[in-house]
Design a protein around this ligand. Structure first.
Ligand code: GLN
Length: 191
């Protein structure tokens, strides 16, 4: 079975580890540079606050080594803030982070009224699943090679590009394991 590194500088990393444990998958926390000494098969970028995560990644010296691994094809699953970290462009923020995913993302795209909400929608290749949005980003536009996996209220909330899977919502806050299973299938080459 694969070994998954979960970025654990801030945000919902513990919940992701629990989901993967339920699927019988070993994980470890990436908190500092020496955590990258081991070999691993996939990376999870959890939800949280992208500005804080971005700053900590740089301060801890994790930014470039992780960016390089993602660029070199390490299967990566970004949720919410993780999607923001992967995006090549942010429409309402001058910062960008890894920039490995050729999409434009709007941060906090649902406004104040709809800051957080729950829905159920179809994901391509999975079916209808629960989706929890918390001050979530939206994918505004995608470039060549990006596959749209799900939309909510007409807006793109899940995409795949090569080995990067990125979604606006928080699968780790439900008991539905199918998004994590989808990511694992991608690692072992099922799609
Ligand atoms: N609003 C957060 C950000 O901009 C993302 C929210 C989340 O990860 N739940 O980073």
């Amino acid at each position: 079975t694969p070994l998954i590194g979960v970025l654990a500088v801030q945000g919902a990393f513990a919940e992701h580890r629990q989901m993967l444990a339920k699927l019988g998958v070993n994980t470890f926390e990436i908190r500092q540079l020496k955590d990258l000494d081991r070999e691993f098969d996939g990376l999870i970028l959890p939800g949280g606050e992208s500005t804080v995560q971005g700053k900590l990644l740089r301060d801890l010296g994790l930014f470039s080594p992780l960016q390089e691994r993602i660029q070199n094809g390490l299967p990566t699953f970004g949720t919410c803030a993780g999607l923001i970290l992967l995006a090549e462009k942010l429409s309402n923020d001058k910062n960008t982070y890894f920039g490995t995913l050729p999409v434009t993302v709007e941060r906090n795209a649902y406004g104040r009224q709809l800051g957080s909400f729950y829905t159920e929608e179809n994901v391509e290749g999975i079916g209808k699943i629960p989706m929890t949005f918390i001050r979530a980003p939206q994918v505004e536009s995608v470039r060549d090679g990006v596959k749209i996996l799900a939309k909510v209220k007409g807006q793109i909330v899940a995409v795949q590009y090569q080995k990067q899977l990125a979604i606006s919502f928080h699968p780790e806050l439900s008991s539905d394991l199918s998004m994590h299973q989808y990511f694992l299938n991608q690692i072992v080459g099922k799609h």
